[in-house]
Design a protein around this ligand. Structure first.
Ligand code: PLP
Length: 390
């Protein structure tokens, strides 16, 4: 697969990434914000979708066992894990899965722990569930970001925290969490009766080290958690809305399935089924090539930014995800001025760091999953804007 050759005009099919440019009044520029890839999907996925589309019946569809088995096969191949397919449930997407789980368990007013800067829809999920949000900010050091366990335990006790939405690997700062770190989380949460919702959507996008699913670190971790997965990030299929929730207790799974049914959230998307099976069972070569390509992109952008713009803009190559957390604090701009600088001067639409929490002020998030020439163009535009600023 030659990813460089494949840039297409995505506005034809209602791309949210490109549409947002119009919404914010950008006549021209490059959108590098929302986490999808400007790269084509695996050929086996296209073929499976064409095959499904050529069968002209789109009636109600059930989710076949193969859908779950394909995911289990992938987990076995990638991480050597044996998943009990009877403990997997479908979700419309990861965010809806998280939302349903909270609806099923939480009492109004329960407190939920998060680790900003973090994927900001967690905040709205908590708000929608009418729960309290307790922040356990990550600690920023010269070596990267780390969890603050002392603060975590204190906040859990002081606020009687009931749930923790763990981002594993962590978006936007790109950390994979070590076994030691996850074990500490498991020990603290188990001791204080906290249920861990582990969002593992970026699990396959690891460039350095190894992804460790939270539930695998100990029996305690398994007892108190559930995990959320999707082919959306790995295989670039977020619009097909097909995610998985992995439970470790039949009781929790049954409760989840009941609420999902009651809210009509469990219906199957026939295209999602076809694409997921093709992704997890026939697309490993594409996945390996995509990972190599993304790693090249990450190296390119990291080197360019650090060589050309440091100390005004700096970036650390993420251990996981294709998202890059640009530290723009050296520019000394307010969050509003920083956003305007990127949009109006550099003509780049990125995510404002502030969205991920106060800790994100002065940062911007850049999505590197694009053809290299587009990133080269983006870096060129940023360089011109920086030169003007000097
Ligand atoms: C950590 C995390 N969770 C969930 C999502 C969204 O997943 P979905 O589209 O399946 O709801 C994203 C998307 O960027 C993400 O980064």
């Amino acid at each position: 697969m030659k990813f460089d050759d494949h840039m297409v005009n995505r506005s034809t099919f209602y791309s949210a990434k490109y549409h947002k440019m119009e919404e914010v009044g950008m006549q021209e520029g490059i959108p590098l914000w929302v986490a999808d890839m400007d790269l084509p999907v695996a050929p086996a996925i296209t073929q499976a979708l064409l095959k499904r589309a050529s069968h002209p019946y789109f009636g109600y569809t059930y989710i076949p066992q193969e859908y779950y088995e394909a995911f289990a096969q992938w987990q076995k191949k990638r991480l050597g894990l044996d998943i009990d397919v009877n403990l997997l449930s479908p979700a419309h997407n990861v965010v809806v899965g998280l939302q349903l789980v909270l609806e099923m368990f939480r009492k109004s007013g329960d407190n939920i722990l998060v680790q900003p800067p973090v994927y900001f829809p967690f905040y709205s999920i908590i708000e929608k569930a009418q729960c309290g949000r307790i922040d356990n900010p990550l600690i920023e050091t010269d070596q990267g970001y780390f969890m603050d366990f002392e603060d975590m335990e204190k906040k859990i006790i002081d606020n009687k925290v009931k749930y923790f939405i763990l981002c594993n690997p962590h978006n936007p700062i790109g950390r994979i969490w070590t076994k030691d770190e996850l074990n500490k989380v498991a020990d603290i949460c188990h001791l204080h009766g906290v249920t861990v919702l582990s969002d593992e959507i970026h699990a396959d996008l690891v460039h350095e080290g190894e992804h460790i699913p939270f539930y695998t670190v100990s029996d305690k971790a398994k007892q108190i958690s559930m995990s959320f997965y999707s082919s959306g990030k790995t295989f670039n299929l977020p619009a097909l809305h097909s995610a998985y929730v992995l439970f470790h207790s039949k009781v929790w799974k049954d409760q989840y399935d009941a609420i999902s049914l009651a809210q009509n959230r469990g219906d199957a998307n026939c295209f999602g089924i076809a694409a997921n099976i093709a992704a997890f069972t026939e697309s490993e070569d594409w996945y390996q090539e995509m990972m190599e390509y993304i790693q090249g992109n990450l190296d390119y952008v990291t080197n360019f930014i650090n060589n050309e713009f440091s100390p005004k803009i700096k970036v650390r190559k993420p251990q996981a995800t294709y998202l890059m957390w640009l530290d723009c604090r050296g520019l000394g701009l307010s969050p509003e001025a920083l956003s305007e600088f990127f949009q109006k001067k550099a003509k780049l639409l990125l995510n404002d760091g502030e969205l991920f929490g106060d800790e994100g002020k002065g940062f911007m998030r850049l999505n590197s999953a694009a053809p290299r020439y587009l990133l080269e163009q983006a870096m060129g535009q940023l360089k011109s804007a920086m030169d003007e600023l000097a």
